[in-house]
Design a binder for this molecule. Structure first.
Ligand code: ADP
Length: 501
């Protein structure tokens, strides 16, 4: 019986394929995995590129390996795709060859172009239409750059001879041997070209960003049939029946399906996505308005905020300051102290994001005394995860988002029980970590399983119970600590702008 789903998880540093089967409890569980690392290219300062052909080859290879490990393609019902968002590809429609390296989401080469649009006063309109601020992060300015950089591409675009797309669009094109040029609405919501409310491309935005409508893929919902695989590639014409950007797929993976549900992924950085319900919510705190998912008649919108340095603060304690030799040591060190001793670490290594938006801010340690030792700094590093999360949640509340009930977490840092308890205490919320951690791949698998009829809804049916942390801290203590944190953030901002102090 065809009961397996092949989830492709194309990330910034690796490409993975995971086979999921339906579990008797009703959810999905993994049965096989294959992974290949992806080379990063840094041709200039601020530029980050991937080889789209390498991404395709790795996808094919990991899919073939997982199909073999799982017992053959006849067992599979459908493919679901999740991907690094915003990364942009331009290719030749006739040959299927990339015409340039893919421009990765982190790439800042179009900062002048988006800065010019902001200076001309276009940001309020773009934000109202798309939920996004004007920033090189999003795909539209990257598409335009590619069309300008490749000789003849603009002329050929008008004739339909070249195509653009984000990574899921590129992979669907390759998997269907050039018969489907489609994107899903979550990935489209990261381009700056899609109207967030109608989930359609906007010709005025296409014109503003100088991206011809003719090169854009068709937008589909997240569990729609995106196309069928060319049978020669994987051994069968498997339908591609689900797609979503990685953070959105994680939201679905966590089963954060109702307004007030939210997930945060604590990796190198941290990404908060909060479900705000069936209609978009505009942000006054420069959080990003985005689509959580759209399936059939059902859509959930979200607000998103990111923390630039989360796990990277722990990496710095280990590799920079060398006060720990392994990340996990930080937990026992922090727990060995009765409190933070008044020490705060603001990990503004690459500036501060929402709600501060201080790109020039830098890391700061405050409150040192003669009694302060390495453990205080380690503890302050772990505590900073919670304070930064709280800042994002405060921004959400300010934007009128529904009050959160539970914060679902995943990512490497969630192995740290001290940090997770402190998040629960400072945010005054229950924190829940699922036993199975691959939320992104699970989300893609759920969407495809729903699309093909293997499961009836996107609800969470965990095979093992999650770990939970409940808040214990007194309100007065929380306020005292937050006051200390806010003072430290002010110090970090002042240090970056000494003339304004
Ligand atoms: P990414 O996907 O961004 O590479 P991961 O989800 O793999 O990140 O998480 C890796 C991060 O988690 C690293 O920055 C590491 O320092 C941090 N980390 C791993 N284990 C722990 C731990 N026990 N305590 C604190 N941080 C940890």
């Amino acid at each position: 019986m065809k009961s397996l789903i092949l989830a492709i998880d194309q990330g910034t540093t690796s490409t993975r394929a995971i086979a999921f089967e339906t579990a008797p409890e009703g959810g999905l569980r993994p049965v096989a995995v294959s992974q290949i690392a992806l080379e990063q290219h840094f041709p200039h300062s601020g530029w980050v590129e991937h080889d789209a052909a390498e991404i395709w080859t790795a996808t094919l290879q990991t899919c073939r390996e997982v199909i073999r490990k799982a017992g053959g393609v006849w067992r599979f019902a459908a493919i679901g795709i999740t991907n690094q968002r915003e990364t942009s590809v331009l290719w030749d429609a006739a040959t299927g060859e990339p015409l340039h390296r893919a421009i990765v989401w982190q790439d800042r080469r179009t900062a002048a172009a988006t800065g010019k649009l902001a200076a001309a006063g276009h940001e309020p309109m773009v934000q109202a239409a798309t939920g996004l601020i004007l920033d090189p992060y999003f795909s539209a300015s990257k598409f335009a750059w590619l069309l300008d950089a490749v000789p003849g591409a603009r002329d050929r675009a008008a004739k339909g001879e070249v195509k653009v797309g984000t990574i899921e669009t590129w992979l669907i094109w390759k998997l269907t041997a050039g018969t489907s040029h489609v994107t899903d609405a979550t990935n489209a919501s990261r381009t700056s070209l899609m109207d967030l409310a109608t989930r359609e491309w906007r010709s005025d935005l296409a014109e503003l960003f100088h991206v011809p409508m003719a090169v854009l893929p068709e937008i589909r919902n997240c569990a729609d049939r995106m196309g069928d695989c060319e049978p020669a590639l994987l051994g069968a014409a498997l339908p591609i029946h689900g797609a979503a950007g990685d953070q959105q797929a994680a939201l679905v993976g966590h089963g954060a399906l109702k307004a007030g549900d939210a997930k945060i992924t604590y990796g190198t950085g941290a990404f908060l996505v909060a479900n705000v319900g069936a209609a978009p919510v505009g942000s006054t705190s420069r959080l990003l308005g985005t689509l959580g998912y759209a399936v059939g008649e059902d859509a959930a919108y979200a607000l998103e905020g990111s923390i630039f340095s989360a796990g990277s603060a722990i990496q710095w304690l280990r590799d920079g300051l060398k006060v720990i030799t392994e990340s996990r040591q930080s937990e026992a060190m922090a727990q060995g102290l009765k409190d933070n001793g008044g020490v705060y670490l603001v990990p503004g290594f690459t500036g501060l994001g929402a709600p501060w938006w201080e790109p020039e801010a830098r890391g700061t340690i405050t409150g040192l005394t003669r009694d302060s030792g390495p453990a205080h700094i380690v503890r302050a590093g772990l505590e900073s995860l919670a304070y930064q999360t709280r800042d994002l949640l405060d921004a959400l509340a300010k934007d009128g988002a529904p009050r959160l009930k539970v914060l679902k977490v995943d990512g490497g840092v969630t192995a740290n029980a001290f940090a997770m308890q402190f998040v629960a205490d400072i945010c005054d919320l229950v924190v829940e970590r699922p036993a199975f951690q691959e939320m992104t791949a699970l989300g893609a698998a759920k969407l495809a399983a729903l699309g093909v009829g293997l499961i009836g809804d996107l609800e969470d049916h965990p095979v093992d119970p999650p770990a939970r942390w409940t808040p214990h801290m007194e309100a007065a203590e929380r306020e005292r600590l937050l006051k200390g944190w806010r003072g430290a953030v002010r110090a970090a901002i002042i240090a970056a702008n000494p003339d304004e102090a």
